[in-house]
Design a protein around this ligand. Structure first.
Ligand SMILES: Cc1cc2nc3c(=O)[nH]c(=O)nc-3n(C[C@H](O)[C@H](O)[C@H](O)COP(=O)(O)OP(=O)(O)OC[C@H]3O[C@@H](n4cnc5c(N)ncnc54)[C@H](O)[C@@H]3O)c2cc1C
Length: 463
């Protein structure tokens, strides 16, 4: 792997900067190379997939056949790389070790990545957000910081932001803000999916832990704590959900076309029924206060105020995109989902519980500033339903567009698996079903065209 590069030339031009070397950033670089373009990937971590390594113990719910990008695969096929068992579901760490690292070390991608380079801002060359002068014809300057604390900038013709959302977890408050005492008690609060069974088990074994969150991440944490409890019976688990919509939480079960995801929900259901954990729903945390032995959590369940004495809190309540680094750009972002505004209605969690959307590309991902794109997990804003395969199609389409192949950019080349419990607000019909023109659910079907357009998907997002 390449080490930090503090000597980078500040004026490299004719490049396309990709922010982040996760699975989607790496796929973007591979598609750009395949199109004869020159990517430069800026990654703030010391490895490819460094965000994924932070949840490396988690087994994903999609098998290998949905995890490998076609352009990366082509590069890997020129080496001695072997495609892993296509039906096997790897952990996050296995994805990094068996796919991302080989791609980043043994292929052309190696020379495109700069590690330890954290992007702090993106702007148009010498134009602030308020300046319209020749804006469309002006390229970009990407400002980044290397680990020694030095600041650099690199010019590029286009920018693809694939920086994910992992480093911006949602705080505890129902209003989207930290509750009183949350900032002050960070020593006992962890966000995301800590490895409670192995790497960080001393913090949780025979302790009282409150898990907050109602998605697959929270289920993963709860199931791992239950396994820890088997050998450490004084481990106490409280699971707080904002809503009491258990059916949505427990997923599609056997109807889920990603059976591992359905199984997670079923396992959680069994644990609740066995009484191995205390379910608090709908829970509102009011404040957190330090005590001698841990923290005291003022809360209410269905409006009844109570105090919970615990040692640790794990917040698995989703993520949000870091838009601060894009402050000087003219974005077209939906104010609810914080995703590109043409994509947002398809994935708005207020409307869909569906894990799949119509495959989409450059048309849905464009912003007011030309040749700037947010892709991957970050393109879904605050929506939690992103799949890697969706990101690979996004960057295939964008790379084609940047190379001038507008026809290929607009072609849909992807069929996604569907999840079992898929509902829209207006209809109990699966949102993965194709809505009929004029039907009540049409405007909210994830397979229907973006709001305000007449376009129809020729391919079902559900296959
Ligand atoms: C627990 C979990 C399980 C999941 N399971 C599945 C699954 O089964 N199937 C599936 O398809 N999807 C799954 N996903 C969703 C999604 O596909 C993954 O999160 C995937 O890693 C997203 O890829 P990405 O490249 O968009 O972002 P990331 O993997 O988050 O990569 C972003 C990269 O950008 C870097 N970065 C961040 N900020 C900066 C910056 N300012 N400057 C430079 N670099 C930066 C990060 O260090 C990171 O390496 C899962 C997600 C989670 C959290």
């Amino acid at each position: 792997m390449r080490q930090n590069n503090d000597t980078i030339n500040n004026t490299i031009s004719n490049t396309i900067v990709v922010i982040g070397a996760g699975p989607v950033g790496l796929a973007a670089a591979a598609h750009l190379i395949a199109r004869g373009l020159t990517p430069i990937v800026l990654e703030k971590g010391q490895s490819v997939g460094s965000a994924m390594l932070e949840w490396g113990q988690v087994r994903v719910f999609t098998p290998w056949k949905y995890l490998v990008d076609s352009a990366v695969e082509k590069l890997l096929n020129k080496t001695d790389w072997q495609y892993p068992d296509k039906e096997h579901m790897p952990t996050g760490r296995e994805i990094v070790e068996q796919y991302l690292v080989p791609a980043a070390t043994n292929t052309q991608l190696e020379s495109t990545i700069i590690y330890g380079a954290e992007v702090v801002a993106v702007a148009k060359n010498n134009l602030s957000k308020s300046s319209s002068n020749n804006r469309d014809e002006t390229g970009y300057t990407v400002h980044f910081k290397t680990q020694g604390g030095q600041y650099h900038s690199v010019e590029s013709d286009a920018v693809i932001d694939a920086s994910g959302t992992w480093h911006n977890p949602n705080p505890i408050g129902l209003d989207g803000l930290p509750v009183p005492g949350e900032r002050e008690n960070q020593a006992v609060i962890r966000y995301g999916i800590p490895d409670v069974r192995f790497q960080q088990k001393v913090d949780y074994m025979n302790k009282r832990t409150l898990v907050l969150g109602g998605g697959h991440s929270a289920i993963n944490v709860v199931l791992d704590l239950l396994k820890l409890q088997e050998t450490n019976p004084n481990t106490k688990i409280h699971w707080g959900l904002r809503t009491n919509n258990l059916e949505k939480l427990l997923g599609g079960g056997l109807n889920d076309q990603l059976p591992a995801r359905g199984e997670l929900g079923l396992a959680a259901k069994r644990a609740i029924e066995s009484g191995a954990l205390t379910l608090l729903t709908p829970l509102k945390v009011h404040s957190i206060t330090r005590t001698e032995s841990g923290v005291s959590v003022e809360n209410s369940v269905e409006g009844v105020i109570d105090t919970l004495e615990i040692d640790r809190i794990i917040v698995s309540a989703g993520f949000r995109p870091n838009l601060d680094i894009l402050r000087e750009l003219r974005l077209d972002i939906d104010e609810v989902v914080e995703a590109p505004s043409k994509l947002a209605p398809l994935i708005d969690p207020n409307l869909h519980s569906c894990g799949t959307v119509k495959p989409h590309g450059v048309m849905e991902l464009s912003h007011h500033d030309k040749n700037f794109f947010v892709v991957g997990m970050k393109s879904y804003g605050r929506a939690p339903t992103f799949l890697m395969l969706t990101g690979y199609e996004q960057v295939r389409s964008i790379s084609a567009e940047l190379a001038g192949d507008h026809e290929a950019a607009r072609r849909v080349e992807l069929i996604l698996p569907k999840t079992g419990v898929c509902s829209t607000k207006k209809s109990n019909a699966g949102c993965c079903e194709i809505a009929l023109p004029g039907s009540e659910s049409e405007s909210e079907s994830c397979c229907s065209a973006p709001r305000g357009t007449k376009e129809k998907s020729s391919t079902s997002c559900c296959g």
